[in-house]
Design a protein around this ligand. Structure first.
Ligand SMILES: [Fe+2]
Ligand SMILES: [Fe+2]
Length: 152
């Protein structure tokens, strides 16, 4: 996998992480009176850390961190406005789980490529991608737990 291809792939994650951070921060305000709101706020902070780490890696490779369009609506197939206007906690949690699952499947794909045809399994980049994956896995689990709790 050449450097340009890697930078392009990292920019995809840079866009996704930025969009997730923005979305979760918006949700944290909507649900500020619920425990869910606190969960969204913390998740947003973690996505910001992910964005910053990916951005730093892109720069280290000589690229410029760039957001590639509106990624959430393209993943979900509905407009961001529609997603942001949702006020039902369960629906919001289900959307978030879909985004986390997309992030995990894409991270997993890139991890495999970096291991096999990139910097290798012991590389700093591989570790970064794997740590992000673990965080997304945790987000998915807590979102699912909140759905379960609300269903009694
Ligand atoms: Fe993330
Ligand atoms: Fe996440």
């Amino acid at each position: 996998m050449d450097k340009e291809e890697l930078i392009k792939s990292l920019n995809w994650f840079y866009s996704l992480e930025t969009s997730q951070a923005d979305l979760y921060f918006a949700q944290s305000k909507v649900f500020k009176d619920h425990y869910g709101g606190l969960v969204f706020e913390r998740a947003a902070q973690v996505e910001e850390d992910h964005r910053d780490l990916i951005g730093a890696k892109i720069k280290e490779l000589g690229g410029i961190p760039t957001q590639t369009g509106e990624v959430i609506s393209s993943i979900m197939g509905v407009s961001l406005g529609t997603i942001l206007s949702m006020t039902g906690l369960n629906m919001v949690l289900k959307i978030n789980i879909k985004l986390e699952e997309k992030a995990m499947s894409d991270y997993s794909e890139l991890i495999t490529r970096v291991e096999k045809e990139g910097e290798g399994p012991q590389s700093e980049l591989c570790k970064l991608l794997k740590y992000n994956y673990v965080d997304e896995d945790q987000h998915t689990a807590i979102f699912a737990k909140l759905i379960e709790a609300s269903n009694g």
